[in-house]
Write a new protein. Structure first.
Length: 266
């Protein structure tokens, strides 16, 4: 019982006080004196001393022989978890309606846990007169990309010609498609043209899963569109970001679908 109480206390100390949380996050970057912490965090001496003592009792921070404060290994791990939680909440709250109104089944839990990587993403929305604006947005970004990776459970109009004409000879393109979509692509483009493109920089893969998303990961951007809670694909919204952290998150999600797919035999 005592162990559980100590764990609960450590959690409260790390996240339930802005003062203690800010001290913990500050010390994560390196040791500091009491004066340095007080000046940085703009706290009174009694307030910061009280907070430091509480953190010390749960072994989240410690002092060295020169009275410098630093995080313990436990404190460093706690600080990282706090940062992860803050990032996740920032991403989810920024576009709350988007996350609540869509089916997230296409994103594995271990990858969704890193959703904080999308905290600065933008949401492109269609309009009543242009419902495909959001989906078209990432297609318009493709010509500036050297590497393009796509996961899609349905055929995106003109994507096949776009891939072959603008990318296959100069950029590397990887498509992860369902059986139905890959068959439609072959019909639209032609088996011979696809085969020739594959000898250059085009990779085609077939997934036996049913991805509940459209994912585009390029060297310069990430784009994500989801199915609605009603089971229909939502053409109206695309989440997009050009930050490296978001692109890396998208690459991890793309790799998940690559791992469950097979090379397409033409």
């Amino acid at each position: 019982m005592k162990e559980n109480i100590d764990v609960d206390k450590a959690i409260r100390l790390a996240v339930c006080s802005d003062q203690r949380k800010e001290i913990l996050l500050s010390l994560k970057d390196g040791m500091k004196t009491l004066r340095e912490l007080r000046d940085e965090l703009k706290l009174s001496a009694p307030a910061i001393v009280h907070a430091l003592r509480e953190l010390e009792t749960s072994h989240l921070i410690r002092q060295d022989s020169k009275r410098n404060y630093m995080v313990t290994p436990i404190g460093r791990s706690a600080a990282r978890k706090v940062i992860d939680f803050q990032g996740a909440m920032a991403a989810l709250m920024k576009h709350e309606a988007f996350w609540l109104g869509h089916d997230l089944g296409g994103i594995p839990d271990n990858i969704f846990d890193k959703i904080g990587s999308l905290r600065d993403a933008s949401l492109i929305a269609g309009t009543p007169t242009d419902i495909f604006k959001a989906l078209r947005h990432f297609v318009e970004l493709l010509p500036d990309s050297k590497v393009v990776r796509l996961v899609s459970p349905f055929y995106i109009q003109d994507i096949g010609e776009l891939v072959l004409e603008q990318f296959a000879r100069q950029q590397h393109v990887t498509l992860v498609l369902t059986d139905d979509v890959s068959n439609h692509l072959i019909e639209e483009i032609g088996r011979e043209r696809l085969s020739n493109a594959r000898s250059e920089n085009l990779t085609l893969r077939v997934t036996r899963d049913n991805p509940k998303l459209v994912l585009v990961v390029a060297d310069s951007f990430l784009a994500l569109a989801l199915y609605g809670s009603d089971g229909a694909f939502d053409y109206s919204y695309t989440l997009t970001s050009q930050l490296e952290e978001a692109i890396a998150w998208g690459q991890e999600l793309f790799d998940y679908y690559v791992a469950s797919s097979e090379s397409l035999v033409l």
